[in-house]
Design a protein around this ligand. Structure first.
Ligand SMILES: Cc1ncc(COP(=O)(O)O)c(C=O)c1O
Length: 399
C-alpha cells in the first residue's frame, strides 16, 4: 500500500487518540526497526519501555510460536500451565507471595486499588479507602488509575473522577505525612516517575515512606509498570531502596512485547481477594504467559542482561553529561537509573524528537521538555554512540 494511503485510512478508521509520527513500522530486530518504505531506525523508545530484549527476540518468538500451536486461550476457570510457571518465577524473584494477571499497566493498578480497599476495609478500618499518590505521577488511563495519576491535564474532561485519591509532591516525606487521614488505606508511588519526566526520589525517601506505612498501618503500593523488569538495572526498582512494598504492579517489559500486566502482593494482603472479587477474561492467558516466561527467563539468565543494563546505563549517562558540558545553554539536567534516562532541556523537546526521526533514531519526549531514553536492555555502546552523534549534529544545527 502506498504510504500516504496508510495515513489516510488510519485517520478514517482509527479513533484520534494518538499524535503519530508519519512512519509505518513494519519489521524489527534487536535495537532496530524498519518502516514500510524501507527506512531503518535505531529504537530508543522500545515500544515505551516494553521491548526489554529488543525486537523479536528469538526465544520469545519461538515461545509464542510453540504456544500458539498448542493452546492460545482458555478461561481462568481452568488451570493454565504457563501462567503457573510465570507466577512461580515472579514470586521466587520478588517480595511477593501471590500474583494476579491482567493485560496492561492500568489494569494492574486497578487491581491494586481494589485489593488495597478490600484489605483495608476488612483489616484496618471499615471506613478506610483513601489512597495518596504523587503529583506528576502516571498510573494509567482507566478511571481509577487516571484519578490516581497526579496530572490534571490528563483528567480534564473526564470528571467526575473517582472519590478517594489525594496527591502530594513526589519525594517529600513531610507532605506525605500531613496527607494521611484516618481514612487512608494506602500510598501508591512510582519508584522513579517515568511519564512525569524521569524524576528520581531522594535517597532516603522510600525508607521513610515504608516507615510511615508501618507506623500508620497503611499499605505501600509500588507502580513498577515502567521501572520493573530490569529497566533500572535491578529486576525491580524497590531493590535499590532496601525496602519491600505490600503490593506491586508490573506490565510493559514483562511480556517482551505481548500485552500482559500483573499485580503482586504478600500472602497477608492477597488473602483479601476471594473467588469472584476480581477477574479478567484474557488475564494470564497461555499465549502471553508463554511469551513472558521466555522473557523473564532470558532476563534472569546468569545476570548478563541486568549487567548490560547497568554498564550501558552508566556509559549512556557519561555521554549525555558530555553533551551537557558542550551545550549548557540547552541542557538543564541529566537524570535516571539503568536504562530509564532523561535529559531535561531548557526548551521544548518535540523538535529534537522530530529531527532525530528524520536522522533514523527514535526517541521520546515526556513532560514537554524531557527527552526520555528507554531502549531495549540489550543495547550496545555503538548504538549509544550513534545517538550521541545524531543529537550532537542536531544541537549544533538547531541551536
Ligand atoms: C508507571 C506507569 N504506570 C502505569 C502505566 C499504564 O500502563 P498501560 O499503558 O499498560 O495501561 C504506565 C504507562 O506508561 C506507567 O508508566
Amino acid at each position: 500500500m502506498e504510504i500516504k494511503k496508510y495515513f489516510d485510512e488510519s485517520g478514517r478508521y482509527i479513533m484520534n487518540t494518538y499524535g503519530r509520527y508519519p512512519v509505518v513500522l513494519r519489521k524489527g530486530r534487536g535495537m532496530k526497526v524498519w518502516s514500510a518504505d524501507g527506512k531503518e531506525y535505531l529504537d530508543f523508545v522500545g515500544g515505551v519501555a516494553v521491548n526489554i530484549l529488543g525486537h523479536c527476540h528469538p526465544r520469545v518468538v519461538v515461545a509464542i510460536q510453540k504456544q500458539a500451536q498448542r493452546l492460545i486461550h482458555v478461561s481462568n476457570y481452568y488451570y493454565i500451565e504457563p501462567q503457573i510457571k510465570l507466577a512461580k518465577l515472579l514470586v521466587e524473584h520478588s517480595f511477593a507471595d501471590k500474583v494476579f494477571f491482567c493485560n496492561s499497566g492500568a489494569e494492574a493498578n486497578e487491581a491494586a486499588i481494589k485489593l488495597a480497599r478490600k484489605y483495608a476495609k476488612e483489616n484496618i478500618n471499615s471506613g478506610s479507602f483513601e489512597i495518596i499518590t504523587a503529583q506528576s505521577s502516571f498510573h494509567g488511563r482507566t478511571l481509577a488509575a487516571l484519578t490516581a495519576t497526579g496530572q490534571e491535564k490528563l483528567q480534564k474532561g473526564f470528571e467526575p473522577l473517582m472519590p478517594g485519591f489525594s496527591h502530594v509532591p513526589f519525594s517529600n516525606i513531610e507532605a506525605l505525612r500531613k496527607a494521611v487521614t484516618k481514612n487512608t488505606c494506602a500510598i501508591l508511588l512510582e519508584p522513579i516517575q517515568g511519564e512525569g519526566g524521569v524524576r528520581l526520589p531522594d535517597e532516603n525517601y522510600f525508607k521513610e515512606v515504608r516507615e510511615l506505612c508501618d507506623q500508620q498501618n497503611l499499605l505501600l503500593i509500588l507502580d513498577e509498570v515502567q521501572t520493573g523488569m530490569g529497566r533500572t538495572g535491578k529486576l525491580f526498582a524497590y531493590e535499590h531502596f532496601g525496602i519491600f512494598p505490600d503490593i506491586m504492579t508490573i506490565a510493559k517489559g514483562l511480556g517482551g512485547g505481548v500485552p500482559i500486566g500483573a499485580m503482586l502482593a504478600t500472602d497477608k494482603v492477597a488473602s483479601a481477594f476471594q473467588p469472584g472479587n476480581h477477574a479478567s477474561t484474557f488475564g494470564g492467558n497461555p499465549l502471553v504467559c508463554a511469551a513472558a516466561v521466555a522473557t523473564v527467563e532470558t532476563l534472569l539468565e546468569d545476570g548478563f542482561i541486568l549487567d548490560q543494563c547497568n554498564r550501558m546505563g552508566q556509559y549512556f549517562i557519561e555521554r549525555l553529561e558530555k553533551l551537557q558540558e558542550e551545550f549548557p545553554n540547552l541542557i538543564r539536567e541529566i537524570r535516571g537509573k539503568g536504562l530509564l534516562l532523561g535529559m531535561e532541556l531548557k526548551k521544548e523537546g518535540a523538535p529534537v524528537v522530530k529531527a532525530c526521526l528524520e536522522k533514523g533514531v527514535l526517541i521520546n519526549c515526556t513532560a514537554g521538555n524531557v527527552l526520555r531514553f528507554i531502549p531495549p536492555l540489550i543495547i550496545q555502546r555503538k548504538d549509544i554512540d550513534q545517538l550521541m552523534d545524531v543529537l550532537h549534529e542536531i544541537f549544533l544545527k538547531v541551536w
